[in-house]
Design a binder for this molecule. Structure first.
Ligand code: MF3
Ligand code: CO
Length: 249
């Protein structure tokens, strides 16, 4: 069931999203060679708590941290660890959510540690740009497939591949609500997009093949072929005035 939000609810949700965005920004600014992923997680978590919000991920299906931190060929859901030290040339994906006013804000971005290769930079740029293209396609009266097909075409045209097993999602009082928001699809297909829908759009894009595997830790998702992967996510609202990025500061 897709839950439509009133304008008032969007206002409440915006506050959660701004905290999530601030946590992502603070965590991203701390990415540099020599820093552990646990330290990055701590910065994100402290930001959330300092702002009176709850780290949404912590305890979600047993997840142990406030943020997911995934390096290089890790796609998503990397578990922070004090033993995991960021190196120069790494690309570091940070995903973090905050609950405030009873609503969830969810966002992610991939950050460069020191100088990264031109190919890694192109992967990150393309993934971020595909998110913004997907957001532009999230207009009331359109269809869900307009979003995914836009992201898919944008990335595949540039030689990258779209992870299929994980998708974006509706978001509101729950982190994961209907509908599922794939990063692939067919224009004009899928559910009708309506004002008041709030969704997280989150392309996970690989440099090599689209295949993934899960590590024995039960969380970390890596590319099957060891190629690099990038991840960007915003929580947005679909309104009669077009898409609004809620996780923007
Ligand atoms: N932010 C992720 C998503 O968009 C969820 C993280 S899973 C968790 O679906 F367990 F870490 F919360
Ligand atoms: Co999400």
């Amino acid at each position: 069931m897709i839950v439509l939000k009133t304008t008032r609810e969007l206002g409440l949700m915006k506050e959660a999203c701004v905290i999530a965005a601030g946590a992502l920004k603070a965590a991203g600014e701390a990415v540099e060679p020599g820093v552990s992923t646990e330290e990055i997680n701590r910065i994100a978590q402290n930001f959330i708590i300092k702002n009176g919000a709850i780290p949404t991920f912590k305890g979600y299906q047993g997840y142990p941290a406030a943020a997911c931190i995934s390096i290089n060929d890790e796609v998503i859901h990397g578990i922070p660890s004090k033993k995991r030290i960021i190196k120069a040339g790494d690309i570091v994906s940070i995903d973090v959510g905050a609950t405030f006013n009873g609503y969830v804000g969810d966002n992610a971005a991939t950050f460069a540690a020191g100088d990264i290769s031109p190919e890694a930079q192109r992967l990150c740029d393309t993934t971020r740009e595909s998110l913004y293209e997907g957001i532009k396609a999230a207009v009331a009266g359109g269809r869900l497939g307009d979003i995914g097909s836009t992201i898919q075409r944008y990335c595949e045209e540039r030689g990258f591949s779209v992870v299929r097993e994980f998708t974006g999602h509706g978001v509101g009082k729950q982190m994961h609500e209907d509908p599922s928001v794939p990063n692939f699809g067919t224009p004009g297909r899928g559910v009708r997009l309506l004002p008041g829908m709030t969704i997280a759009i989150e392309p996970m894009i690989n440099m090599g093949g689209a295949g993934i595997r899960q590590l024995p830790d039960g969380w970390t998702i890596k590319t099957r072929d060891g190629s690099l992967s990038a991840h960007f996510e915003h929580t947005i609202a679909i309104t009669s005035n077009g898409p609004v990025i809620l996780t923007k500061i």
